[in-house]
Design a protein around this ligand. Sequence first.
Ligand SMILES: *Cc1c(COP(=O)(O)O)cnc(C)c1O
Length: 493
Amino acid sequence: MNNTYYGKLIFELSKEGRCGYSLPKNELDNYKMSALPANLMRYEAPCLPEVDELTVVRHYTNMSNNNFGVDTGFYPLGSCTMKYNPKINEDMAAHRDFTCLHPLQDVDTVQGALEVYYNLQTSLAELSGLKEFTLNPFAGAHGELTGLMVMRSYHASRGDDKRTKVIVPDSAHGTNPASAAVCGLDVVVVKSRPDGTVDVDDLRPLLDDTIAGMMMTNPNTLGIFEHNIAEIAKLVHDCGGLMYYDGANLNPMLGVCRPGDLGFDIMHINLHKTFSTPHGGGGPGSGPVGVREGLEQFLPNPRVVRHEEEDGHHYTIENNDNSLGFISGFLGNFAVVMRAYTYILTLGHENVKNVGPLATLNANYVKESLKDCFELPLTGVCKHEFVFDGLKDKSTGVTTLDVAKRLLDYGFHAPTIYFPLLFHEALMIEPTENESKETLDSFIEVMRKIAKEAKEQPEMVKTAPHCTPVRRLDDTQAALKPIVTYRELVNQE
Ligand SMILES: *Cc1c(COP(=O)(O)O)cnc(C)c1O
């Protein structure tokens, strides 16, 4: 593309003296702004680009076109569940009757919002087979911390203070050991077997009266269902520990199987993954935590409580003395809660049951269609995602990173790469239930084409991307020395 605006920085479009907008003359001049302390006053104009309104509009519109999202193309980012966010969710979350509420308003004036919280808590409990949920945590990792704090509170309430260790499989998402550490617990790693599932024989000797519990996700981060889950839960319970379910992989379970029925006591759900809220770049999110009967009292404050009355019902916001305390201000991320609630209501009971099976079908279709070109270390049926260990033919030197970069040239977002850490060339694909067969077929076609290119023109794949606004970036320097202002960029040059 070659136009005046494309790829330019707004400062480069600046022309001295040009003005996009003029404000009325500052009438406060008369008062000499005496209320402002001198050290907060600005005496020189800030260095801002001088541009007309149309230039600003074109600049930002062109920039937005450089962005990639589920609304622009296929986004098979394994582990992240980049689901379509239906626009009705946005309409509901942006509804004026909700966006104008204040958390300190009298509860009698926010009964509708409290009903949304309460109803979502109840739906999540039903879908996961647990007793009660809190919507207060702001992310999956925040939910993990909250859930582990529930675990600690439970042991503490019984005067059982020896339990300081949490067992985490070697395939776990990095947030699991990190949350345990933040919660002050020691992490004990349990090995996986060659088929990717937890090695029960490696688990047994780890179990004693110092174990607070075990964190698992099922299906695990390799997309494999942990078929020994009943035995594992029994072993952990027999030694007095609790089972924690990392619900980031709940998607394929929806309508098929509930963590509560598998023996889990505490779990979090990533509303922004399983229940369709736009996410990426760190937010926004919501990580509700659910618990089995008997653990409700430890959930964080405050809680939404429903009271049945003769002429209807009424909601209150309450604090509980046995609670682990506050883990967030107020009641969590309302806009995300509203989107998830809308999504569940839109699907309804019957369609929620199709989510898991369709996500599983899509993943298996892509896996089976590509396994002759890409190395599939774990064969058999996967759940909503699966992992390739790079190209089957490694002789060309084309790596997983190269394949991921080349996909960008074809207009697809890359899958998750180099995670999980169990395989050197991991390429983790999660199509979600949203995609049509046509989209999956064109992705399969492109992946096969890249495998062919790797053989015939390896240099071209190794230097990809060729068609994107920027080429291969130095990820390390970008993370270590991010250039976030125009001035830094100019100074660097
Ligand atoms: C995404 C994810 C998490 C962390 O959730 P955030 O909402 O990103 O904090 C934890 N475990 C697994 C398996 C995940 O995929």
